[in-house]
Design a protein around this ligand. Sequence first.
Ligand SMILES: NC(=O)c1ccc[n+]([C@@H]2O[C@H](COP(=O)([O-])OP(=O)(O)OC[C@H]3O[C@@H](n4cnc5c(N)ncnc54)[C@H](OP(=O)(O)O)[C@@H]3O)[C@@H](O)[C@H]2O)c1
Length: 340
Amino acid sequence: MTSHPEYNEKTTATEVADAFSDRIRNKNVVITGVGPNSLGEALALAIAAHSPAKLILASRTKAKLEEVLKKISTGRPEMSSKIELVILDLASQKSVREAVAQILGCIDHIDILINNAGLMMLKQEFTGEGIELQFGTNHIGHFLFTNLLLEKLCREVGSSQGEAGSTKIVNVTSAGHRLSPFRFQDYNVDGKPVPDEEQPPAAMIAAYGKVDTYNGWIAYGQSKTANILFSVALNERFRSRGIVSYAVHPGSIWTGLGRNLDEQGTEILAKTGTYWKSIDEGAAPMLVAALDPALDGPPEPNRVYISDCQIAEAAPWAIDTDAAKRLFELSVELVGIDTA
Ligand SMILES: NC(=O)c1ccc[n+]([C@@H]2O[C@H](COP(=O)([O-])OP(=O)(O)OC[C@H]3O[C@@H](n4cnc5c(N)ncnc54)[C@H](OP(=O)(O)O)[C@@H]3O)[C@@H](O)[C@H]2O)c1
């Protein structure tokens, strides 16, 4: 259970940051995917209000990062020297490596990492390495980013601060993970045959038929399943090292996420929400995951998913420990690293 069972879909990030102000003060925080009117902006604004030691904003568009920095600095000029802007294109493994090098040059440990960046596409596109763009950006880019930073994250372990939960990794997922299990036999979603357990749920098959060609919704769903499986794997792998991870659904918020959808896609997206949150409300569950001391212990897989600021139930395929291990191994292969 969280410390605030009364928090719900209307709770704001501002409110959560106020409640856990002492968990932000003097901490090093890294957020990916930051631009105006995005969840990353709401996260950055809420955290900047409580004097972190360093706030690193990593995203792919410099002008958007600068706009958010300006917004923060207008109210809090003292924050300008504590904020680092980092160009990070998660769809390029070279860019991820360069971003990590820059980050490692300005902090010596990380307390909170919020892997928030993401995109939604209907057409099949690929990263520089030939990986389907939604999987490649939403999961693989963050996988490489996180693992390259783990050396920093792990440095705390064994120190006086190396308790469970001393480093929180929040992976921003979506209720859209229910659209598809991870397709190990077909991760680029080319429409190759997959075993029954990797098939989308019956409602998706009824709507779209069997996946025999690219389907952007399935690809988004599998990438968001991958975000949850990554949290499961991190908790399993780094259980003894002070690293704790949660996967968080922010809710339904009108941001730039639907920018690549056509009219029909936008109509479909509009039907997915019952209550449309402000960005401050959308960012709240990520801050509950990052800051609430009641969530400091590594969660069991069935308690890894957070929605509307409370622990919630994820689809079974997203919390399967074998799938989490398999995805971790596949991801290592796709990014070519030795893991910590
Ligand atoms: N909004 C919702 O209703 C909703 C619901 C469920 C889950 N989510 C999740 O919430 C997260 C944040 O999304 P949002 O709603 O705030 O959408 P958004 O306004 O589109 O923000 C996404 C952010 O990710 C960045 N980004 C996209 N591709 C990137 C790349 N290759 N490398 C680095 N950064 C990249 C974008 O940068 P640019 O602007 O520079 O492209 C932007 O800053 C995503 O993971 C999304 O899946 C959102």
